[in-house]
Design a protein around this ligand. Structure first.
Ligand code: NAP
Ligand code: GLV
Length: 313
């Protein structure tokens, strides 16, 4: 399988060579160039990117498609100087969904069973028994019922949790009480003792996790943000914990990544931090999905991972 022209790749240095090798193996005959080593920008027809420098895609006059290395495309759409009219694809797939489901189930179970209290007791050599309600008496709210949120909601419902979900448009997921739109947000929040954010970052969802929203949750709720740092108004989190609106937060993402070492979140024991690993795509799987999507794109076949630029996801 090959695609016409050349591919330019922009990804962090840790795995750039791995991505380049896997894409080259899967698309023999199609040169795959690293961002800073493109001999002929006019030969580039496809850009495969994670957080490329704004304006950088304008270098390629023959660009026909942009592919996000990831499910989220906010990092591409944040570029105010994107070449106009070039279609944007994203990565989805079973591995990405499975990894996110594992992460959400792990964090929700740990919060549900108050794992942090058990860890503190163990550190203090205390044999402290904690009685927690069974899953059927715990309300979990999933914001975003797409590929990732939908799968996480199903898995949690399968474990017996009372799962509520919130999306932009009405959804129907067995075992999940689905709410849609701004008009049903309050009913959704009122049921969410553990709130999980799996929304895409768009102008409509930026800053949605804020003090006002936390005040509409059951008092002492827990937060898991596995979507994007931009969803959280960071200045509101510690006040929400101090006021008892939240009891705990788990953050996989931050506005600035890596989270700066002097950020107050690191010093707060009520905040668990993971380094954007909830569902990190590996180049072996990701390159296979991208190669197949590029093949379909250049063959003019139907694509399920095409972004609607008006919706922003
Ligand atoms: P998706 O399939 O596009 O689903 C998005 C969901 O959010 C849909 O249910 C959509 O509603 C809903 N939504 C969008 N805008 C909304 C709004 N204004 N109000 C209410 N609901 C809204 O996305 P996905 O593949 O599940 O991924 C979600 C996000 O997860 C990505 O965008 C990315 O930022 C993040 N992510 C994080 C990691 C990580 O490792 N931490 C890994 C992968 C992805 P409709 O159903 O009505 O369209
Ligand atoms: C990771 O954050 C992704 O968007 O896939």
């Amino acid at each position: 399988m090959s695609v016409p022209g050349e591919i330019v790749l922009h990804v962090g240095p840790a795995r750039a060579a791995w991505w380049q090798r896997r894409l080259s193996e899967l698309l023999p005959g199609t040169p795959v160039r690293l961002w800073d080593a493109v001999p002929d920008p006019a030969a580039v027809t496809a850009a495969v990117v994670w957080k490329h420098p704004p304006g950088g895609l304008r270098r390629f006059p023959a660009l026909r498609v942009i592919v996000s290395i990831g499910a989220g495309v906010d990092h591409v759409l944040a570029d105010p100087d994107l070449p106009p009219g070039v279609p944007l694809l994203r990565i989805t797939g079973e591995d990405l969904t499975q990894r996110m489901t594992e992460y959400v189930v792990w964090q929700v179970l740990a919060l549900h069973r108050r794992g942090w209290e058990l860890a503190a007791a163990r550190a203090a050599r205390e044999w402290r028994q904690i009685v927690t309600p069974v899953a059927g008496r715990r309300g979990v709210g999933i914001m975003g019922l797409g590929r990732l949120g939908g799968a996480a909601a199903r898995a949690l419902a399968g474990l017996g949790f009372r799962v509520h979900g919130w999306a932009r448009t009405p959804r129907d997921i067995p075992g999940v009480t689905c709410h849609a739109g701004a008009g049903e947000l309050d009913a959704f929040l009122a049921a969410a003792e553990i709130l999980v954010c799996l929304l895409p970052l768009t102008p409509a969802t930026e800053g949605i996790l804020n003090l006002d929203l936390f005040a509409r949750l059951p008092r002492g709720a827990a937060l898991v943000n596995a979507a994007r740092g931009g969803h959280l108004v960071e200045e509101d989190l510690i006040p929400a914990l101090d006021q008892g609106l939240l009891c705990r937060a788990v953050l996989d993402v931050a506005r600035i990544e890596p989270l700066p070492t002097d950020h107050p979140f690191w010093a707060d024991p009520r905040i668990d931090i993971t380094p954007h690993v909830a569902s990190l795509i590996d180049p072996d799987t990701g390159a296979r999905l991208i190669a197949e999507n590029l093949r379909r794109f250049f063959a003019g076949e139907k694509l399920s991972d095409l972004i609607d630029p008006a919706r922003g996801y």
